[in-house]
Write a protein that binds this ligand. Structure first.
Ligand SMILES: O=C(O)CCC(=O)C(=O)O
Ligand SMILES: [Fe+2]
Length: 285
């Protein structure tokens, strides 16, 4: 058994949730998505052929896991998740750069770093996904959201965390902190600071353990995949202003100073970059 009392709260308690992420490195959030949405997401994922496996962060070897990447390309239900109001509000409190002005109707200037669906099979070693040098900064620069599409438990390979390790850089101290399994129901999600040490247990059951994992970072951090480049022209044509910020179109690298002198782009700049990707799509098809 473990001593750490697991923190969970309802979506009405935005401030408490923020405080738990700052203090404990994570928060469980109850009743964010409807049962119906979770079921539709699961049905879609279960019917989609799988192309990829995962590299273990510690051993760098391929491990047995079912994995989908860039799932913003899987249709509206998947595209709506990063736009969820609560996710947007919490991310804005923790990841926004106050020196990067956005239009009033665009609340955040952080970006999606990676958007995947994962079903546990082998165990995933303890790791942190935030690649910044270790430190004890108050604010995170990465936030990760895990949205279970099936109940998770110790038997089927739930996530494990080492609470409060997000601000620790001393490995001997990290070793002493207990590993806490986060057994989640499908009406719960968990959000953690990307510096928090976490992993996943082995799935000992014959069933799947599907979860969506959505990583957001501050705007200047390199995305795991170039989200804009992963989209076909039809999706590029349908991006809302909010999504142009969210998927990094406003902060795509400039080819030269002729494309603008600030790396904090605006919507006009995003439009230009999106057009460049449309031309690239046309050339490749
Ligand atoms: O699936 C999980 O519980 C955690 C996965 C994870 O940490 C990762 O893929 O980096
Ligand atoms: Fe991870």
């Amino acid at each position: 058994m473990y001593n750490h009392p697991i923190f969970e709260a309802e979506i009405e308690n935005l401030e408490l949730i923020k405080e738990s992420i700052v203090a404990n490195g994570y928060s469980i959030i109850n009743n964010l998505f409807s049962d119906e949405d979770i079921k539709s997401l699961l049905d879609f994922i279960k019917n989609k052929p799988i192309k990829y496996a995962q590299i273990d962060p510690k051993t760098r070897k391929q491990i047995k896991t079912l994995h989908h990447f860039n799932i913003h390309n899987y249709g509206k239900l998947f595209r709506d998740i990063p736009l969820n109001n609560f996710i947007e509000n919490l991310n804005s409190l923790l990841l926004n750069d106050e020196f990067y002005k956005t239009p009033n109707y665009v609340p955040g200037n952080f970006v999606v770093n990676q958007y995947t669906a994962r079903s546990a099979n082998s165990a995933l070693s303890l790791h942190r996904d935030d690649r910044n040098p270790l430190g004890n900064a108050y604010y995170p620069t990465w936030l990760q959201w895990l949205i279970p599409l099936e109940d998770t438990c110790i038997e089927n390979g739930c996530t494990v965390i080492k609470p409060k390790t997000h601000k620790l850089s001393d490995n001997s101290k990290i070793k002493l902190i207990e590993e806490v399994p986060l057994e989640l129901k499908t009406n719960q999600v968990v959000c953690w600071d990307g510096r928090l040490i976490h992993g996943a247990l082995k799935n000992k059951t014959p069933g799947t353990r599907w979860a969506l994992i959505l990583t957001f970072t501050r705007w200047y951090i390199k995305q795991e995949f170039k989200m804009i480049a992963s989209m076909d022209s039809q999706i590029l044509n349908s991006l809302s202003d909010r999504e142009k910020y969210l998927y990094g179109a406003t902060v795509e690298e400039r080819f030269s100073p002729e494309e603008g002198l600030s790396s904090k782009g605006d919507l006009k700049y995003a439009e230009k970059k999106i057009n460049q990707y449309k031309l690239l799509n046309d050339a490749l098809t």
